[in-house]
Design a protein around this ligand. Structure first.
Ligand code: C2E
Ligand code: CA
Ligand code: CA
Length: 619
C-alpha cells in the first residue's frame, strides 16, 4: 500500500519534517484521548497508539511514504473503532474521515487514497447495515440510507476536490523543481564555458587563479610554470589558423597528460600556457619539466603536415610572501624570456635578484620620459671619412642622455626601453628634427654634410614616417639628399605595418637609405637591391679585429664586392686602428667611421673637426 521509500509523495525535506510533526501530534492526541475517554475507548485508543509505533520506526529509517501510509491506516482504524464502540455513523468523530482523506489526497499515492475511501465507505455501510439489522426498520426509515449516501458523496466530493488540488500542486511543484534543475544545469554550463578555453578545453586563466588561491590557502607548495611555444607564429602564418588551432589543441592535451591530481593547466593566451604544479623539490620538478619538454617535441600530425615544436618555460615558486597569482605569472614570464635567450626549448627558474633590475628599469623609463622635457638629451655626431681621399663626407647622429645622477647613459641602455614603451615615436621625431636642423645649419654655413639618422622598427608602426620626414625637411630647409636614414635588414623584411610601402615613399622624397649593422642579420642582398638602398654599413664586429682575422678579411672583402656589384656605397663601422683603415682601403671600401678618427662628438666639436680638416687639406 505504501509507495516506495524513495519519498515519491513526500519529496521535499520540508514535507518530511511536517510528517514527523504530524505523527507526533497524532500519537500524543491518541495517547491523551486514551487517558481522557471512557474505559472501552481508552483500551482501544491505547491499542491504536501502540499500533502507531511502527510509523516511528519507518521515520527513523527515512521510509517516509511507509510511515505516512502507516499513520493514515492507524488513524482510520482508530476512528473506525471509536465509531463502532460509540454511536456508529451518528458519532461526531466521523468528521475525522474527510480530514484523513484530505491528508491522504495531499500526501499519499492514488492507491492508498482509494483504499482508504473504499474502506471508509464499506465500513460506514456496514455500520448502517448492522444498525438497521439491530433496530426496527420503520424506526430507522429511509433517513438512515440518505445519511449513508450523503456521507458517501461528502467523502467522494471532498476527497476528489482535494485530490485535484493536490495533483495540481504536485504538478506545479514538479514543474518548479524541473525548472530549477534546468536553471542549475545551465548555470553549470555557463560556469563551465566561462572556466574553459573553447579551443583547447583547458581551464581559463581566471579559474586557474582561483584554484591556485584555494590550494595556496591549504598551504600547498606550488610552482607556476609559464610555457611559450617557440616559433609558433610561422605555423599560423604559413599553414593557416585552422592548422595552428589544431596544433594548440594537441599541445594542450599533451600538457593535460602531464598533470597530477590537484594540478591545473590553463591557456594563458595565444601560444602561452600556464601550469600550476605541486612541488616536492626542485629536482623532481626539473625531471617533470624535462619530460614535459620532450613530450612537446614529438611531431604533431595535422592534415598532411608533421609539425615539430618546442617550448620555452619559466618557473616561479609560491611562498608565504609570494602568493599573488598574477605576480607569479609575471615572474614566470621573465624566467621564460631567459629560457628563450638561452636558446629556447629549455626552462629557467625566476631569480629574486631580477626584481631589483626590473625596479631600476621602471625608474629609468620614468626618467626617460622626463628627459626630453628637461633637455637632458643631446645628439652627438660621429664623422665618416672617404678612405681614398680622407675627406669628411658625412656624419652619423647618435643619441646621448646626460642623466642627472648616472652621467652619460649610452643609447644601448635606453633605446630598447624607448622602443618597448613606445616612447621611441616622439624620441625618434625629436632626433630627426635635431639632426636635420643641425645639418641645415652646416649646409647654410657652406658645409653640406650628409647626416645619417638611426631609425627603429617601431617608428614605422604609425604609417606616418614618410610624411613626418617630408615635413621635417620642409621645416628645417635641409635638402633631402643630405639626409640618410639608417635601417637594419630586419626592418626591410618586415611584412607588417606597410614598411615596404613607406620605404618606397621615403625614397621618393629624395632621402637616402643605408643598411646598418650588415652581416649580423639575414645578409639578404636580394632585399638590398630591391629597396635601392644607397649605402651598406658593415657591422663593427667584422671590422674591430679585421687586421688579425683572416676569416673577417675574407668576409668583409666579399661583402664589399657584392655591395659594389649592386651599386651600393660601403661604409665600415668601428675602425679603431690604422692597419684596419689601410686594409679597408685596399679592399676598396668607400668610407669608414671609428675611434681612429673620432668618437661621436657634440655639434660644435664636429664643426671644429670639419674646419680643421679642411684647413689641413688646404695646407
Ligand atoms: P649603431 O647605429 O651601430 O651606432 C654605432 C655605434 O658604434 C655607436 O654606439 C658608436 O659610438 C659606436 N662606435 C663608433 N665607432 C666605434 C669604434 O671605433 N669602436 C667601437 N667599439 N664603437 C664605435 P652608440 O652611440 O653607443 O650607439 C649604439 C646604438 O644605439 C647605435 O648603434 C644605434 O643602433 C642606437 N642608436 C643611437 N642613437 C640612436 C637614435 O637616435 N635612434 C635609434 N633608433 N637608435 C640609436
Ligand atoms: Ca647606425
Ligand atoms: Ca651600426
Amino acid at each position: 500500500m505504501a509507495q516506495s521509500g524513495s519519498g515519491v509523495y513526500l519529496h521535499s525535506q520540508r514535507q518530511q519534517r511536517r510528517l514527523r510533526q504530524v505523527i507526533w501530534v497524532c500519537f500524543i492526541t491518541v495517547a491523551c484521548g486514551s487517558l481522557l475517554s471512557g474505559p472501552r475507548s481508552a483500551v482501544w485508543l491505547s491499542a491504536v497508539a501502540a499500533l502507531m509505533l511502527p510509523a516511528f520506526f519507518w521515520l527513523k529509517n527515512s521510509a517516509y511514504d511507509k510511515a505516512n501510509s502507516w499513520l493514515l491506516w492507524a488513524l482510520t482504524i482508530a476512528i473506525s473503532g471509536l465509531l463502532l464502540i460509540n454511536s456508529g455513523i451518528h458519532e461526531p468523530l466521523i468528521i475525522c474521515y474527510p480530514m484523513i482523506l484530505m491528508f491522504a489526497a495531499l500526501f499519499a499515492g492514488p492507491r492508498l487514497y482509494l483504499s482508504l475511501v473504499t474502506f471508509m465507505l464499506v465500513f460506514c455501510c456496514s455500520l448502517a447495515a448492522v444498525d438497521w439489522w439491530q433496530q426496527n426498520l420503520t424506526a430507522i426509515g429511509p433517513v438512515r440510507w440518505q445519511t449513508i449516501v450523503t456521507l458517501a458523496m461528502l467523502f467522494s466530493v471532498c476527497g476528489f476536490a482535494v485530490r485535484m488540488v493536490a495533483q495540481d500542486y504536485r504538478t506545479l511543484l514538479k514543474e518548479l523543481s524541473d525548472e530549477n534543475l534546468r536553471v542549475q544545469q545551465s548555470h553549470q554550463t555557463i560556469l563551465h564555458l566561462a572556466q574553459t578555453d573553447r579551443l583547447t578545453g583547458l581551464a581559463q586563466r581566471d579559474f586557474a587563479r582561483q584554484c591556485f588561491e584555494q590550494w595556496h590557502q591549504q598551504q600547498v607548495e606550488l610552482a607556476v610554470v609559464l610555457l611559450d611555444l617557440d616559433q609558433f607564429k610561422p605555423v599560423n602564418d604559413s599553414l593557416g589558423h585552422s592548422v595552428g588551432d589544431q596544433v594548440l589543441a594537441e599541445i594542450a592535451s599533451r600538457l593535460a597528460q602531464q598533470l597530477n591530481d590537484g594540478e591545473i593547466a590553463c591557456r594563458f593566451g595565444g601560444d602561452e600556457f600556464v601550469l600550476v604544479l605541486r612541488t616536492v623539490d626542485e629536482t623532481a620538478l626539473f625531471a617533470r619539466l624535462d619530460s614535459l619538454l620532450s613530450s612537446l617535441q614529438q611531431p604533431i600530425l595535422v592534415e598532411e603536415y608533421s609539425i615539430q615544436l618546442s617550448a620555452s618555460v619559466g618557473v616561479a615558486f609560491s611562498s608565504p610572501q609570494q602568493h599573488d597569482f598574477n605576480q607569479l605569472c609575471r615572474m614566470a614570464d621573465q624566467a621564460m624570456y631567459k629560457a628563450k635567450d638561452a636558446g629556447r626549448n629549455t626552462y629557467r627558474l625566476y631569480r629574486p635578484e631580477w626584481q631589483q633590475h626590473q625596479t631600476d628599469t621602471l625608474k629609468l623609463i620614468t626618467e626617460l620620459r622626463q628627459a626630453v622635457q628637461q633637455q637632458q638629451l643631446e645628439l652627438h655626431y660621429q664623422p665618416k671619412y672617404e678612405l681614398s681621399t680622407g675627406r669628411l663626407n658625412g656624419v652619423e647622429a647618435l643619441l646621448r642622455w646626460q642623466h642627472p645622477e648616472l652621467g652619460w647613459v649610452g643609447p644601448q641602455h635606453f633605446i630598447p626601453l624607448a622602443e618597448e614603451t613606445g616612447l621611441i615615436d616622439s624620441l625618434g621625431l625629436w632626433v630627426l628634427r635635431q639632426a636635420c636642423q643641425q645639418a641645415a645649419q652646416w649646409y647654410l654655413a657652406g658645409q653640406p654634410l650628409v647626416v645619417a639618422v638611426n631609425l627603429s622598427a617601431r617608428q614605422f608602426r604609425s604609417g606616418q614616417l614618410p610624411q613626418q620626414v617630408a615635413m621635417t625637411l620642409a621645416d628645417t630647409g635641409l635638402p633631402a639628399h643630405l639626409l640618410e636614414l639608417e635601417l637594419t635588414e630586419s626592418m626591410l623584411m618586415d611584412e607588417q605595418y606597410q614598411v615596404q610601402q613607406q620605404l618606397a615613399e621615403l625614397m621618393q622624397t629624395g632621402v637616402k637609405l643605408a643598411i646598418d649593422d650588415f652581416g649580423t642579420g639575414y645578409s639578404n642582398l636580394h632585399y638590398l637591391s630591391r629597396f635601392q638602398a644607397a649605402t651598406l654599413k658593415i657591422d663593427q664586429s667584422f671590422i674591430l679585429q679585421l687586421n688579425s682575422s683572416i676569416r673577417d678579411q675574407a668576409l668583409v672583402s666579399g661583402m664589399i664586392q657584392l655591395a659594389h656589384s649592386l651599386g651600393l656605397t660601403v661604409v665600415a663601422e668601428g675602425v679603431e686602428r690604422s692597419e684596419v683603415a689601410t686594409l679597408l682601403s685596399q679592399m676598396h671600401c668607400d668610407s669608414a667611421q671609428g675611434y681612429l678618427w673620432s668618437k661621436p662628438v657634440p655639434a660644435d666639436q664636429l664643426w671644429l673637426l670639419l674646419t680643421q680638416k679642411q684647413a689641413s687639406n688646404l695646407n
